[in-house]
Design a protein. Sequence first.
Length: 462
Amino acid sequence: MSAVVPASVVKGSEVRVYALTVREGAGYSYKKVYKSPWVVKWSVGGCQRSKSFRTKDDADDWRSRLKVEVGNDEPFDAATGLPVKWLRHEKVPPDATAKTFLEHCVTHVLAKWPRWKPKSRCSGVEALVIACTTLTDEPLPDLLLDPTRSWLLHCALTPNPREPTPPEVAASNWLVQHSLPLGDLRAKHVEATLNAMAERLDGGGRVASTTLARRRNVLNHCLSRAERDELLLRNPVRTVDRSALTPTTTVDPAATPDLRQAHALIDHIDKQGKVPRASARKRETCHRYATFLTVVLLSGMRPSEVRNLQVNHLDLPPQDWGTARVWGGTVAPGGHWTDTGNRFDDGSQKWRDPDAPPRSVPLSPELVTILRDHIKAEGRQGRLFVNGRGNPLSIENMALRRAWDRARRALHPPVCDKLGALLPRRAQLDPLFGVVPYDLRHTAASVMIAAGLPPAEVARVV
């Protein structure tokens, strides 16, 4: 590899890096006016230089790298305005051909693991598993797909690996041999990886736009680390069009049940435990789920926050409004992703400072009565909602899903055509199609706004 030799060199002390600027008139509509509105300006030996970027993050990153080189008094090339050592890396950064994407992923995961929350560990490693199986010099054989994913999940991309099985050993040998070197990564490889990330792992169709955007961010952070470590000249993720990765943040009105429909769903779940042949365990489970969903509906709290509630977090005066102090949420990422090995993890409030005080949620007199009866019947002193074994109530298991689906089908039976064939699900005209328990929270917010509560107060409560 031939190095690029600069014609003239300027000392780093003669370089000035100026503040980040945005082109005049860009504003909120800059995407329609300028493709690259953010500008980094610097001078090398009195000669002005500038470079434009599409996003502020990219511009800040470039400016920070320049300031680091100036602080280290690195020599700059007067002809290009870039540090001399960057020009030497113009074709292939040092050690890029010696380190594969798989090896870099292992380094990245071990560095990020202590700072990731359990749920972030799960989703982050899932995205990197897809990337590792895609960024290879030849397609991964179908017979090795499942053992390769298992090996990456439990043996490679984790600080606590287990012993691999014989199929996983064969899969790991293939992947180690065929993983792409970092120096060979191009935009076409990133596009193929993002296309693979857009599909569900079980082959059941495309993932949600928010899931795809989250996976793309994981890949971007991983390759940005390689760029900072001078293993890549430029992160190829930034060159890929992001138009298809914009998350959809709107709530589908058709997927939000009204108050009457929500109560009907919950009442049917409660009645499923009162059928003549229902066991005592099923009767208790259905009643717990019904009470749990009622709290979500009438308070607007997230299901994870309701599962985290303790009895001492509640103020329940008789025949009056009460208060719930929300300190955080309880999620169930699985023991593989938690530091304690416990299936559940208690976290801080979502989108809030971990050191912030608890959020106060008002409880209507109707809900106060329901909670007082629940505490009295269960004899609870600690966590408000637990299963028969004393563990936090699981809302991810199949029992609740089956009970919810039975209630939905009972309220709106499937429709058949004239020949008796079942119509497609989208043609059922079912107002509850696609409704999940989390949508009860959206119903609560709609009821609050309809009752005249200011939107700012609704946002604070929920």
